[in-house]
Design a protein around this ligand. Structure first.
Ligand code: A5A
Ligand code: MG
Ligand code: ZN
Length: 467
C-alpha cells in the first residue's frame, strides 16, 4: 500500500462502498455495500448509547438568530455554514442555516424541556447529516461537506462534576465502540486554540492511517455553562432556586468507516471486522460433474443453519469459476470463507480461509459444533485484527527529547510524544518548527522540562501530521 490515498479511492469504488461521482464537491453516494457497513457500525453505537441515552431527531434547519446567539460558537463555524436564503422565489426574511452541528438547534428547545433538578441528568443523541463548507481538501468519508452519519450526543447536568463525569463516560463509550471494530486510538485534551467553538475543553480520539497521518475520529466536549447562559437553560434546585445547567456533547462521523477500511485493509482489498461485515461468512461450493447436486444441497443447508443462528452468511452458487469468486470476496473483505467439495462432505471436512491471515486450513466439519466453531473463528479474527492494528499503532508512537529530534523523527510520520509546558505561544513555535500539529495533552509525566521553552512540564503531548 505505497500510496494510501490512491488505494483508498480505488477500494471505495471497487468494493462499491461510495460513489464519488455525485456532482457536488464533498457530497457522495452510499452504495449498498457501504450502506450495510454503515448500518452495522451504527447498530453497535446505538447499543452502547441506548443504555442511558434517549434518541431524538431535530430539524435540519437553524434560524440565523439562534445560530448567531452563542458568539464564540458562531465565530468558529461562520466560514463553514451553508445558508438557505429563499423559499421558492420568495426571499426569506430570516435566513436558515443547514446545521453544521446541532447545539443551536437543540438548546432553545432544551430550555423548554429542563425544569427541575429531579429531571437531570438528561442524555440525548441523534444520527443525522450535517453540512460544513470545508475549505481544506475534501476526501470521501474523511473530510466531506455533507457528513451523512453524524452521531451527536448532548447531555445536561446539575453541576460541573456531572459534566466532567459525563466526559469520562463518553470516552469509555467511544473506547468500547472503537474496540469492537478494532480501531486503535489515542485520547488527548486538545490545546485551547483547537477546542470545539464554545467548549470549556475538548477531548479527542485520534487514530493513524497507513500513510502515517492521524485522523481525528471522535470528540467529547465539556461545554460548561457557556451555552446554558446563552440559551438560558435553567433548572429549579431542591431549594427552589434557578440555576444554569452544565452541558457536554460528543460526536462521531463517517470517519469511523474510513478508519475501519483504511486501517484493516491490505493490497487485496477490504478486511472487515465481523462486527460490521455485511457478510461474515461466505460459502463457496467446489463443484465437479460428479456429486455437484449433493454439494449444492449441503451448502444450502449449511447456509440456512448459520443464518438461523444469527451469522450473516452468503451462499455463492453463481455459475462462475471458484477463483473469480475467491478474488471478489477477498476484495470485499468477507472475514471467513468456507469452501466445500464432494470429498469434504465424504470426509466430514471443510476448507476455511481467514481473510485476516489469508490462511487456508482443512477443518473438521461436525453438525453439532459447526456454529460454535465458526463463531470461535470470527471472534479470533476480531481479536487478531485488533491486535495487529494496535501493534502497528504503538510502534508508530515515538518519544522525542528535543525539537530537532522531533523534526527528524517526523520524517517517518506517525506520532511523536514530547514534554510540553502547555503554553500557547510556545506551542505555536513547536508547530512552526516541526511543521506539524500538536494533537494535545496526553498524560502526566514525572517532572521534566518543555522541549521548546525549558519551562517545567508535567505533561506529555503529541505531535503528528494530521488529516
Ligand atoms: N457537536 C460536537 C459533537 C461536534 O460537532 N464536534 S466536532 O465538530 O468535533 O465533530 C465531531 C466529529 O466529527 C469530529 O471529531 C470528526 O471526527 C468528525 N468530523 C468533523 N468534521 C468532519 C468532516 N468535514 N467530515 C467528516 N467528519 C468530520
Ligand atoms: Mg472543522
Ligand atoms: Zn514550552
Amino acid at each position: 500500500m505505497s500510496n494510501f490515498s490512491e488505494w483508498f479511492h480505488n477500494i471505495l469504488e471497487e468494493a462499491e462502498i461510495i460513489d464519488t461521482r455525485y456532482p457536488i464537491k464533498g457530497m457522495h453516494v452510499w452504495q449498498p455495500q457501504g450502506f450495510k457497513i454503515r448500518k452495522y457500525a451504527l447498530k453497535l453505537l446505538r447499543e452502547l448509547l441506548d443504555d442511558d441515552h434517549e434518541e431524538v431527531l431535530f430539524p435540519l434547519l437553524i434560524p440565523e438568530d439562534e445560530l448567531a446567539k452563542e458568539a464564540i460558537h458562531v465565530k468558529g463555524f461562520e466560514e463553514e455554514v451553508y445558508w438557505i436564503t429563499h423559499g421558492g422565489l420568495t426571499p426569506l426574511n430570516k435566513k436558515l442555516a443547514l446545521r453544521p452541528t446541532s447545539e443551536t438547534a437543540m438548546y432553545p428547545i432544551f430550555k423548554l424541556w429542563v425544569r427541575s433538578h429531579s429531571d437531570l441528568p438528561l442524555k440525548f443523541y441523534q444520527v443525522v447529516n450535517t453540512f460544513r463548507y470545508e475549505t481544506k481538501h475534501t476526501r470521501p468519508l474523511i473530510r466531506v461537506r455533507e457528513i451523512t452519519t453524524f452521531k451527536e450526543a448532548h447531555t445536561i447536568h446539575v453541576d460541573s462534576q456531572g459534566a466532567q463525569d459525563q466526559v469520562q463516560d463518553a470516552i469509555e463509550i467511544y473506547r468500547s465502540f472503537f474496540d469492537q471494530v478494532g480501531i486503535p486510538y489515542i485520547v488527548t485534551r486538545r490545546p485551547d486554540w483547537d477546542k470545539f467553538p464554545g467548549a470549556d475543553y475538548t477531548m479527542a480520539f485520534d487514530t493513524l492511517l497507513p500513510d502515517g497521518k492521524t485522523l481525528q475520529i471522535g470528540t467529547v466536549h465539556n461545554l460548561g455553562q457557556t451555552f446554558a447562559r446563552t440559551f438560558d437553560i435553567t433548572y429549579e434546585t431542591a431549594e427552589g432556586e434557578h440555576q444554569h445547567v452544565y452541558q457536554t456533547c460528543y460526536g462521531l462521523s463517517d470517519r469511523v468507516i474510513a478508519s475501519i477500511i483504511g486501517i484493516h485493509g491490505d493490497s487485496s482489498g477490504l478486511i472487515l471486522p465481523p462486527s460490521v461485515a455485511p457478510y461474515q461468512v461466505v460459502i463457496v461450493p467446489v463443484l465437479f460433474k460428479k456429486g455437484a447436486q449433493e454439494v449444492i444441497e449441503f451448502c444450502s443447508q449449511l447456509h440456512d443453519k448459520l443464518k438461523k443462528n444469527g451469522i450473516r452468511v452468503h451462499f455463492d452458487d453463481r455459475d462462475l469459476r471458484a477463483g473469480k469468486k475467491y478474488y471478489e470476496w477477498e476484495m470485499r473483505g468477507v472475514p471467513l470463507r468456507l469452501e466445500i467439495g464432494p470429498r469434504d462432505i465424504e470426509n466430514k471436512k471443510m476448507m476455511t480461509l481467514r481473510r485476516d491471515t489469508m490462511e487456508k486450513e482443512s477443518c473438521d466439519y461436525q453438525d453439532e459444533t459447526i456454529i460454535n466453531d465458526i463463531n470461535e473463528i470470527l471472534t479470533d479474527i476480531t481479536q487478531n485484527l485488533k491486535n495487529k492494528a494496535w501493534q502497528k499503532f504503538n510502534e508508530n508512537i515515538r518519544p522525542a527529547k528535543s525539537l530537532e529530534q522531533a523534526k527528524e523523527l517526523m520524517q517517518n510520520r506517525g506520532i511523536i510524544s514530547f514534554n510540553w509546558c502547555g503554553g500557547e505561544t510556545c506551542g505555536k513555535e513547536i508547530e512552526e518548527f516541526v511543521q506539524v500539529d500538536i494533537l494535545g495533552l496526553h498524560q502526566e509525566s514525572s517532572d521534566e522540562k518543555c522541549i521548546n521553552c525549558g519551562a517545567p512540564s508535567k505533561t506529555i503531548a503529541l505531535l503528528a501530521k494530521t488529516y
